[in-house]
Design a protein around this ligand. Structure first.
Ligand code: NAD
Ligand code: UFG
Length: 331
C-alpha cells in the first residue's frame, strides 16, 4: 500500500498543506498534533492522532500503529517576539519536542526526518543572499531553538543511521490554491494576513514597522515563498531520504525580495481595496533584508517554486481573511 508519513504539527498552517501534498504524491499522511495552535478541521488527508511530541512514547506508538516510514516535524512554537518574552516555553516545546520525537523514532526504528527549520537560524547576516554556508548566528530564542534542533539531528545522525533534511524556510505565505486549506494563526502577526485584515476593515491601520531602513523604499525586504511550494519541497525532501541520499540542509525561498510597501500595494491591487497604513518605528530584531540563495535546493531536490509570485500568494491568502477575489488569473 501507500507509504505512511507521520506529520507532527499536521493540523497547523504549513503542516496541513504538507499533508495535502503528501496525499497528492501517493503517501498517507498521519497528522500528529496536540491542537495547541492547530485546527482539527485542517486534518483532511489522512488519520489524526492527538498527542504531544514531547511525549516520546506517544510518538513511538503513533509511528508503530500506522507503520510510518518517516517523519515530517512541523510541531513547534514560532513567534519570534514571544520567544524573547518567554524563552523557557520555546526551549521546552521546540527542543523538548525534538527530544521526544527522536526518542519515539528510535523506539519505532524510524530513521528519516524532515525538519521545519527557519531563516531565523541565520540571524542578521552581513552578506545577501544567504547560502547554506552562511554562518548561523540566531538573534532570538526562537531561532536558537531551531538551530539546536538542526544540531541534534546532525549529532545523532553521526552516531546512528538517522538521516534528515533540514529545510530553512524564509517567509511562508499564501494558502492552498484550491481553497481547501487556510492560513490561521492566533494571534496573527504575519504581514500579508495583517494587510488583508486591514483591507477587509477587520482591523485598524496596518502598522509599518520602520520606514528608514537602507532599502529602496525604506521598508524591510523579505523573501516570500508560497506554502504550497514549501509543501511540495517537503515531498521532494522525503523522496531524497527514501532514496538513501544523505543528510542535508536547504534554504527554501525564491531569491526575490519584496518590501513591506510592495506587499501593501499587491494587497490593494488584488483586493481592489485600500489598505490603511500607519508608519511606526522599527520592530526590534528585524533585519533590513533577508534573501535566500535558492540554488542548493534546486540542485539537490530539483525544487523550484512555481506559485511564489506575490500576486498569487496574496490572491490565495485572501479567502482566509474573508476577502473573495476573482479567480480568473494569476492563480
Ligand atoms: P502553526 O502554529 O500553524 O503549526 C504548528 C502546529 O504544531 C500547530 O498545529 C500546533 O498545534 C502544533 N504543535 C505545537 N506544539 C506541539 C506539541 N508539543 N505537540 C504536538 N503538536 C504541537 O505554525 P506554522 O506557521 O505552520 O509553522 C510550522 C513550522 O514551520 C514550525 O516549526 C515553524 O517554526 C516553522 N517555520 C514557519 C515559518 C512561517 O513563516 N510560518 C517560517 C520558518 C519556519
Ligand atoms: N511587518 C510590518 N507590520 C506588521 C507585520 C510585519 O511592517 O504588522 C513587517 C516586519 O517588520 C517584517 C515584514 O513585515 O519586515 C515581515 O514580517 P513577518 O512578521 O510577516 O515575518 P518575519 O520576517 O518577521 O518572520 C519570518 C517568519 C519567522 C521567522 C522569521 C525570520 O514568520 O518564523 O521570518 O526572521 F523566524
Amino acid at each position: 500500500g501507500d507509504l505512511t508519513v507521520l506529520v507532527t504539527g499536521g493540523a497547523g498552517y504549513i503542516g496541513s498543506h504538507a499533508c495535502k501534498a503528501l496525499r497528492r504524491a501517493g503517501f498517507t499522511p498521519v497528522a500528529f498534533d496536540n491542537l495547541c495552535n492547530g485546527h482539527r478541521d485542517a486534518v483532511r488527508f489522512g488519520p489524526f492522532v492527538h498527542g504531544d511530541v514531547r511525549d516520546g512514547m506517544a510518538v513511538q506508538q503513533a509511528l508503530r500503529d500506522h507503520g510510518a516510514v518517516a517523519v515530517m516535524h512541523f510541531a513547534a512554537f514560532a513567534y519570534v517576539g514571544e520567544s524573547m518574552q518567554k524563552p523557557q516555553l520555546y526551549y521546552d516545546n521546540n527542543v523538548g519536542g525534538m527530544l521526544g520525537l527522536l526518542a519515539g523514532c528510535r523506539g519505532a526504528g524510524v530513521n528519516r526526518v524532515v525538519l521545519s527549520s527557519s531563516c531565523a537560524t541565520y540571524g542578521q547576516p552581513a552578506v545577501m543572499p544567504i547560502t547554506e554556508a552562511t554562518p548561523q548566528q540566531p538573534i532570538n530564542p526562537y531561532g536558537q531553538t531551531k538551530l539546536i534542533c538542526e544540531h541534534m539531528l546532525r549529532d545523532i545522525g553521526a552516531a546512528s543511521d538517522l538521516t534528515h533534511v533540514a529545510l530553512r524556510y524564509f517567509n511562508a505565505a499564501g494558502a492552498d490554491p484550491d481553497g481547501e486549506l487556510t492560513e490561521r494563526h492566533d494571534p496573527e502577526t504575519h504581514l500579508i494576513p495583517l494587510a488583508l485584515l486591514a483591507a477587509a476593515g477587520r482591523r485598524g491601520a496596518l502598522g509599518i514597522f520602520g520606514t528608514d531602513y537602507p532599502t529602496p523604499d525604506g521598508t524591510c525586504v523579505r523573501d516570500y515563498i508560497h506554502v504550497s511550494d514549501l509543501a511540495r519541497a517537503h515531498v521532494l525532501a522525503l523522496r531524497h531520504l527514501l532514496a538513501g541520499r544523505g543528510s542535508v540542509a536547504l534554504n527554501l525561498g525564491t531569491g526575490q525580495g519584496t518590501s513591506v510597501r510592495q506587499i501593501v500595494a499587491a494587497v490593494e491591487n488584488v483586493t481592489g481595496r485600500r489598505v490603511p497604513v500607519q508608519d511606526l518605528p522599527r520592530r526590534p530584531g528585524d533585519p533590513p533584508i533577508l534573501l535566500a540563495d535558492p540554488g542548493k535546493a534546486a540542485q539537490v531536490l530539483d525544487f523550484r517554486p512555481d506559485h511564489s509570485d506575490i500576486t498569487s500568494m496574496v490572491r490565495h491568502a485572501a479567502p482566509s481573511f474573508g476577502l473573495e477575489v476573482a479567480n480568473d488569473q494569476g492563480a
